[in-house]
Write a protein that binds this ligand. Structure first.
Ligand SMILES: *Cc1c(COP(=O)(O)O)cnc(C)c1O
Length: 431
């Protein structure tokens, strides 16, 4: 008899491309059938066959409080009873905006949207409008959502001209995206010098987390800041993952580097569709209706989403929260490190606070090239062993594990024990 998840996946594949509404969920990188999830509570999720998992995906980052946090649930219920959307201004929008502006040093004014994709796409449009320049620079292995000009990482095409990663992206458009190497200041300098007065903005994940977690080298972000200022280009931090994750004020607080524009998403919606872009007031005044850069959204700033965001940020503002996240992350890292050593597996663990990736490579992992050197087969075997033991990791080597405030020390110790099993030679041939 097929499991319920197998039956549901069968049906979904006849209705949705790949049976999913976002590609990685289909388990293509690891094989097998994705468990269909029925509910979540705290650190746990439960699938359609009644199996329980300790969850390290957390909806890919937003659920830093854990699943179904009562503060968020109550806020959403109260909001829903008063009407889900008006397409008119509400006080809730200003309340969440104020929380974000008070938290994130570089943001003086912001606009709410409904996805990280929209936030990054709009920030780029505003940067182009403000500078009257067309080209942008992004980094290989950084993800900024699926807008046309950002779905570019320059594969074998080299570093000069953007090569689209997706069919359907016109190469004429992708050509406006120049691709530099993460943690490589010289690659940035070369592109700026070869494209004098043409680069509107550099967009970067200040801590890369979409090729697995790759923290910035100490000199990297300050150097990119200096270079953008010297060349009249704007610096855009994509803090969709790092915002309210690596510190309350995001990576810009942690590293003391101030971008011109910042993209936020994930955590600021507390599990509902919210994202935002914001920054210097003079730049944000380019946005309609104040200025000529058009951007709009039917459900932008809707009360359900704003309420979930407000409840989440208020919870994160409580004292000691980021120390607890650091301690939980450090406990997981130390345990995984010991398990990897004892099993003689060559694994490179990168962590910043509560985000972590165990790369199946000796490392060090500092950029896209060193990340993709990871052994995907060893990862897939590890992933499936963990899943069987009730540990739900992202189904790809090139993603982060997210620890939440709902993960207890026991949850983490159980995870480490499972990793020890998964890494034993019986399960994964050594590497
Ligand atoms: C998730 C993510 C996005 C895209 O956000 P969506 O809400 O999925 O559109 C953009 N940038 C970064 C850094 C992300 O992690």
């Amino acid at each position: 008899m097929p499991s319920r998840s197998e039956s549901l996946f069968q049906e979904a594949q006849t209705l949705l491309p790949g049976g999913v509404n976002s590609p990685v969920r289909a388990f293509g990188a690891v094989g097998g059938v994705p468990p269909f999830i029925e509910r979540g509570q705290g650190s746990r999720i439960y699938d359609a066959d009644g199996r329980e998992y300790i969850d390290y995906v957390g909806s890919w980052g937003p659920l830093i409080l854990g699943h179904a946090d009562p503060r968020v649930v109550t806020a959403v219920q109260r909001a829903a009873e008063r009407g889900t959307s008006f397409g008119a201004p509400t006080e809730l929008e200003s309340r969440l905006a104020r929380l974000v502006i008070d938290a994130v040093a570089s943001i003086e004014m912001l606009r709410f949207v409904s996805s990280g994709t929209e936030a990054c796409m709009s920030a780029i449009r505003v940067a182009r409008a403000f500078t009257s320049r067309d080209k942008i620079i992004k980094f290989e292995g950084c993800y900024h959502g699926h807008a046309d000009g950002l779905l570019v990482r320059a594969g074998s095409g080299g570093l000069t001209f953007g090569v689209p990663d997706s069919a359907g992206v016109p190469s004429g458009y992708a050509n406006l995206t120049l691709v530099a190497r993460y943690n490589d200041v010289e690659s940035v300098r070369a592109l700026l010098e070869a494209n004098q007065d043409e680069v509107a903005a550099i967009i970067v994940e200040p801590v890369a987390a979409n090729m697995g977690v790759v923290p910035p080298a100490p000199e990297f972000l300050p150097a990119v800041r200096r270079l953008t200022s010297a060349h009249g280009a704007l610096l855009v931090f994509d803090e969709v993952i790092t915002g309210f994750r690596v510190a309350y004020g995001g990576a810009q607080e942690l590293y003391g580097v101030k971008p011109d524009l910042t993209c936020l998403g994930k955590i600021i919606g507390g599990g509902l569709p919210v994202a935002a872009y914001g920054g210097r007031r003079d730049i944000m005044e380019t946005v309609a209706p104040l200025g000529p850069a058009y951007q709009a959204g039917t459900l932008s700033g809707n009360p359900l989403a704003m309420s979930a965001g407000i409840a989440t940020l208020n919870a994160l503002a409580e004292p000691g929260v980021y120390d607890r996240l650091e301690q939980a992350g450090a406990r997981l890292e130390a345990g995984l490190r010991r398990a990897a050593e004892d099993s003689e597996q060559s694994i490179y663990i990168a962590r910043l606070g509560s985000v972590l990736t165990a790369f199946f490579t000796p490392g060090p992992v500092t950029d896209f090239a060193s990340a993709v050197a990871s052994d995907k087969h060893r990862f897939a075997a590890y992933f499936h062993s963990m899943l069987e033991q009730g540990i739900y990791l992202a189904p790809s080597q090139f993603e982060a594990a997210f620890v939440s405030l709902a993960h207890s020390s026991e949850d983490i110790d159980r995870t480490i024990e499972a990793a020890r099993q998964a890494l034993s030679r019986r399960n994964i041939p050594g590497g």
